[in-house]
Design a protein around this ligand. Sequence first.
Ligand code: AMP
Length: 398
Amino acid sequence: MNKLTINDIQLAGKRVLVRVDFNVPLDETQRITDDTRIVESLPTIRKILADGGKAILMSHLGRPKGKVKPEFSLKPAADRLAQLLGSPVAFASDCIGDVADTAVAKLANGECLLLENLRFRNEEEGNDVEFAKALAKHGDVYVNDAFGTAHRAHASTEGVTKFITTCVAGFLMEKELEFLGNAVEHPIRPFVAILGGAKISGKIDVIQSLMSKVDTLIIGGGMAYTFFKAQGLEIGKSLLEADKVELAKEILAEAAKKNINLLLPVDCIAASDFKNDADTKVVAKNAIPADWQALDIGPDTVKLFSDVVKSAKTVVWNGPMGVFEMPSFAAGTNAVAMALVEATKAGAKTIVGGGDSAAAIAQAGLSKDVSHVSTGGGASLEFLEGKVLPGVEALNDK
Ligand code: AMP
């Protein structure tokens, strides 16, 4: 990685302003239901505190859309962080202004403070200059450890870096960039990418970018059926993006022309309805009944995809193979997750892009058995597309 990291700078006695990603899921009683993102930020925070720095943390949570909404307060995250650290975490009820300035001024070396939700103010997403300056006042140095928002040029990810000289990556950011960057730029071959999920439209750039890099591109999930349509197959009521059929044809033609190994499902689990207890049957790709819909890949496809994944040395996976939220249509996604686990055991580097595939592998209880599960959904996709992430770009080069 060509960016400076927290290991490259002096932290002792410094006010270290850290953009973390504490955008954790909460239940109706504001209890955190999954603290993975907080846990993932611990190495960076612990390093700052152990080196005698003052950790001033800032994050967004949910979509309060510029309004103070108590249900999106970061206070529960401060409490959870304190538990995890085993030491107190101060909390400021605003991220700028007197309240925040006073809380920062009170911090001693080795102490930690979390500022209230950045998105209680519209200026955060608007990347407002005065707001960015007010945030920058809190820090002598800046650390970005929030990979999940690095694809957005917001005040806390980009604007703030214009007013602080030393801007570096935290350990989580470094880990994400190393895994995703190395996988794409220096893959150990065979390199296999598996893309799934609902829509081609959300993944088209990543499909096109990866096509020239991988040895095999596997396409499953709802978007496979638009490709089926492009091949002239009957897809019944399966998910279709009618305006993307031409694009799917172009992709298939390009793959054929460039001799790219692009794999589509060969069979599917067809369902009479979009519900878990619908009637189901396994059908070949050319036999989806007209009034049924394909909601998962079938057993022959599972074998085909799994064999390819298991023989790979680098695997990137983004998007479920079926409607994995319903147990009746989770088998294909779970099988791909298992194939990644086996590939990992056999020495492959296996990377799960964030979002739904991260949720799927967590649901299967296998997150720890692959090389890396990204904490960033949109950010990991944009990175795989080869786009420059503004929050990364803004950090100091080595
Ligand atoms: P995405 O956000 O594009 O990665 O899409 C994830 C969503 O795609 C999940 O909620 C899945 O339930 C859905 N999905 C995957 N396969 C299918 C399918 N065959 N039909 C309908 N939805 C699907």
